[in-house]
Design a protein around this ligand. Structure first.
Ligand code: ADP
Ligand code: MG
Length: 352
């Protein structure tokens, strides 16, 4: 099976460049997420792929088939591409079964197909006769996906389909959607402003900023090895510090930390993710401390601690106040304000 290829695609509205020249490959059966702030061009990109908009320039192809070459495009209904939007957009006057079978070919065994599609999105068969307003938000989104799957698309576009759902539901609906698409062997592009959602959904994440991709890669690469500080802080909480690079390590206020220094020697800026910093309670600065990889752990003092339920937001002052670290620790057993702790860093520091 071949896949979606986007090359140099751009789209302007008046003097606003919504998409500024984007390249992307989506392998068949894979999951891509495009994550960016509101107004960064996510929906425009999806609408270009779907065929609701024509690019000003660039090529969109699926396998050998050119879907768009500049403003010359193949219409949306001939692309074999499904789309689910934020509100699902179900037909309010049709019941669930009618909504789903709206996407089916004439002559298909509609009853059996609807039953199979309801099962694929993990909805109970008894919901088939309900109208959309009789369903929860999460159920509506799953019906919208079933309706889009009914047409057997080769690619599914998901435009913030979970953002109207509350946090607890969002994750479970996202898992159902990912599973249904995987079982059907359908590739997808999810666009979202939620970093955790993008990182957990996709095997390829593209960070979009002002209509351009800042970085594209596997989620772990983007999270642990962002190209810029801007991308680092966009994707999650980050500790950004000055360090001194040597061969394969950096020295900083948190000790000597392994790092891919790429031949750099001298002052550098590095990033650590807060969860790399392990906090050990210690009765006093003089006591035996846990041992870091360089043979020592770094002492610090807890200056703030805020209970947040499962977690505690803890601030640790290091080096006589030269540096303050904002960390999240499990609230059970979290150190109190004034406690002396020892910090040990795990993993590598990322050198910009
Ligand atoms: P996102 O989905 O990331 O929030 P959009 O793709 O909707 O971003 O919008 C990107 C930019 O393009 C925004 O500045 C938006 O105002 C503009 N835009 C999108 N669609 C249109 C349109 N049909 N007409 C004019 N401007 C538009
Ligand atoms: Mg949008």
């Amino acid at each position: 099976m071949s896949d979606l290829r986007i090359r140099g695609v751009s789209k302007r509205f008046g003097h606003v460049t919504a998409v500024g020249g984007v390249d992307l490959d989506v392998p068949a059966g894979s999951r891509t997420a495009v994550v960016g702030a509101s107004g960064s061009g996510k929906s425009t990109l999806l609408r270009l792929v779907a065929g609701f908009e024509a690019p000003d320039a660039g090529i969109i192809a699926y396998g050998d088939e050119v879907l768009a070459k500049g403003p010359r495009i193949i219409p949306a209904h001939k692309r074999g591409i499904g789309i689910v939007s934020q509100d699902g957009a179900l037909f309010p006057h049709l019941d669930v079964a009618e909504n789903i079978s709206f996407g089916l070919d004439k002559g298909a065994d509609k009853k059996a197909s609807v039953a199979a599609l309801l099962e694929a999105v993990e909805l109970e068969q008894r919901l088939a006769t309900r109208r959309p307003h009789e369903l929860s938000g999460g159920q509506q989104q799953r019906v919208a996906l079933a309706r889009a799957l009914a047409r057997r698309p080769r690619l599914m576009l998901l435009d913030e389909p979970f953002s109207a759902l509350d946090a607890s539901l969002r994750q479970s609906v996202r898992e159902v959607v990912a599973h249904a698409l995987q079982s059907a062997g359908v590739a997808s592009i999810l666009v979202t402003h939620d970093q955790a959602e993008a990182l957990s959904y996709a095997d390829q994440v593209a960070v979009i900023r002002d209509g351009l991709f800042a970085q594209v890669g596997p989620p772990r690469d983007l999270y642990l090895r962002p190209l810029t500080k801007e991308t680092a802080v966009f994707l999650g909480r980050a500790i950004l510090i000055l360090a001194y690079a040597g061969p394969g390590y950096v020295d900083c206020a948190l000790g000597r930390i392994p790092a891919a220094t790429r031949g750099k020697v001298g002052p550098v800026e590095v990033m650590l993710r807060p969860e790399q910093v392990m906090v050990h309670a210690s009765p006093s600065l003089e006591s035996t401390s846990p041992v870091g990889r360089d043979g020592r752990a770094v002492p610090g003092v807890v200056t703030e601690s805020r209970f947040e339920g499962a977690d505690c937001a803890v601030t640790v002052s290091v080096g006589d106040g030269a540096m303050s670290l904002a960390l999240k620790l499990p609230s059970f057993g979290a150190p109190e304000v004034g406690s002396v702790v020892h910090l040990v860093v795990g993993g590598e520091a990322h050198v910009f």
